[in-house]
Design a protein around this ligand. Sequence first.
Ligand SMILES: [Zn+2]
Length: 507
Amino acid sequence: MSKNKRTAIEPTRMENYAEWYQQVIKAADLAETSEVRGCMVIKPWGYAIWENIQRVLDGMFRETGHRNAYFPVFIPKSYFEKEAEHVEGFAKECAVVTHSKLEDDGKGGLKAAGELTEPYIIRPTSETIIGASFARWVNSYRDLPLLINQWANIVRWEMRTRLFLRTTEFLWQEGHTVHESYEEAMEETQRMLTVYARFAEDYLAIPVIKGEKTEGEKFPGAVNTYCIEAMMQDKKALQSGTSHFLGQNFAKASNIRFQNRNGEVEYAWTTSWGVSTRLIGALIMAHSDDNGLVLPPRIAPAHVALIPIYKNEEERDQILAFTHRIQDLLKNTMFDDIKVYCELDDRDLTSSERNWYWIKKGIPLRVEIGPRDVEQNSVMIARRDLEPRDKQSVQFDALPGYVLKALADLQSNIYTKALEFRNGNMIKIDDQSEFYRYFTPQNKNQPEIHGGFARSHWCGDVSCEERIKDDLKVTVRCIPFDAVEEKGSCICCGKTSVRRVIFAKSY
Ligand SMILES: [Zn+2]
């Protein structure tokens, strides 16, 4: 960082939040925009975060009885047409494959040829193609429950894209399950929402609100959609995971039937649920600061940057030898069930340049090893969530214990910070003009900055929901599970309402 800069990331969050987000991604080298419109290239540091998300979630899915499988990326158009709401919901963002080969166009180029009799849609979600397999797999109640998960890429032809938050192609997991009763399928839908909430809070350190989507916001074709909603630092909501109770809609569309315990044939009950690379966007926006990325240790690709500092060859040998001893010492250290990873940075750069490099990448701990440290058998440690200059001297033998405590403290500190931020920016509003003021940016230079989450009454009418959306770009994020029944009047029309919902601007 040069001396005239105030922070490593410019602009700051307060100056221009959207641009700050892009700059954090660039400075941490997480991803870049590709030449292919709307698609991203996920770079090693960003992909390692995704791999950690996958590893942890995959373990949670297995623990809850699910198994992984893989289905085709192409969905025949006729499959898609079977569920009317579903096709309507995705029609406007489908990539469609219509040809099977390329031919010489006679002008020195190539043209698409071999037109298909039935076009294929590149999966925007897999209910219909997986349903076709499930129809074959399920015959009897003895085949149920069927609990399947798929890790895959998805294509939705988005008009406006932003790295990790909204891209034409993204990575995700999609769970698809089949059950013999309403109750069992509903229980599964709720269980997986709870898994997502636990993952978001315990691993990503992001507090979430669990709730149900309104009719207008639910998944196309679902009976009920449940979600976890998180607050970003610009006080907007980010839907971080969804779990859908599909009733018998998709079972009927895909003909998933089974013989029940009484010998009768009936349609099964299905669910689906998913989280995507969007979680990386959530992670960035929930914790990062004006110096760059801040990573929760439980999901960070590496935990400790080792930065040896020496002036000449003689110092170099001594200091590198000591650094390698530290590396060996920390090698077998386990942070909960996670191996502590060190990154040794011995590049020909100043210690300040190397420190800032790792600050911007969000590595939880930085360890400096200089001539005086070797003499005293100690090192200097800095924590990413504290001031960059805030360093602690730690004795060699005390290092593993210190590192573990620092990682645990960082993990819980950023969670508490995010929780306090959300709770401090979420209020009950009963007055309509106050509601409108709350969602109107007070400073014209910062159109993104507004009040936060409003817990207000809503009568349940789609027209009220739409009016608020048109006026303020604010939507009902969810009807929270913990909403208590209380009499009130709708913030839009004044009619009777029985509970408060969460209103917010969102990504
Ligand atoms: Zn109303």
